[in-house]
Design a protein around this ligand. Structure first.
Ligand code: URA
Length: 188
């Protein structure tokens, strides 16, 4: 069996793909390792690469506000990304980069055993829910796989680019809150 320690060490020393050559830090994840909710983004941006912590830049600040809207904080969730190293210039991660990195995310899933996954944006949804996932059509829809409820909403960076999507994302978050209450997974 593997542990967080082994997994984190493997991530920190990973050289499986070209992103290792340009990264400053590996961004493994953040939040509560005992949380029942796993949030999955796309990959680190500049601020995340510099700090080693996911979602600390402008998108992260919006994500914190989105969580707060439904009464959640980072302590209620664990946050990871499809790729753990920054794609240069914030380009989309390439297929081989995602394939190299997804194994680490699978281990994180196995260690956390989340009851709910929220995919942030298309790249996460296509990696986790369905490779043909269409965010405009399928956001806010629940899927159940491996005994875990999964849903995708717009990536906070997309909401920063197009404020008109915020209302839709808020509806998705309300669905997330409903599911959390239904499963009674946050005891307060
Ligand atoms: N965008 C992401 O998808 N992940 C981060 O960690 C930061 C920005």
């Amino acid at each position: 069996m593997f542990s967080w320690e082994v997994l984190e060490c493997a991530c920190q020393t990973c050289n499986r793909c070209r992103l290792a050559e340009t990264r400053t830090n590996v961004v493994v994840g953040d939040g509560n390792k005992k949380a029942k909710i796993l949030l999955i983004g796309e990959g680190p941006g500049e601020k995340e690469d510099l700090s080693g912590i996911p979602f600390v830049g402008p998108a992260g600040q919006l994500l914190d506000k989105m969580l707060d809207c439904i009464g959640l904080s980072r302590e209620d969730v664990y946050i990871a990304n499809v790729v753990k190293c920054r794609p240069p210039g914030n380009r989309d991660p390439e297929t081989d980069e995602k394939n190299c990195c997804i194994e680490y995310l699978r281990y994180q899933f196995a260690l956390i055993k989340p009851q709910i996954i929220l995919c942030l944006g298309r790249i996460a949804a296509q990696s986790i829910i369905d490779s043909r996932f269409r965010i405009t059509k399928e956001h806010g829809t629940w899927y159940k796989k491996k005994n875990c409820w999964m849903m995708a909403t717009y990536h906070p960076s997309a909401l920063l680019r197009d404020e008109s999507k915020k209302k839709i994302a808020f509806e998705d978050l309300k669905e997330l809150k409903k599911k959390i209450d239904e499963l009674d997974i946050i005891k307060k």
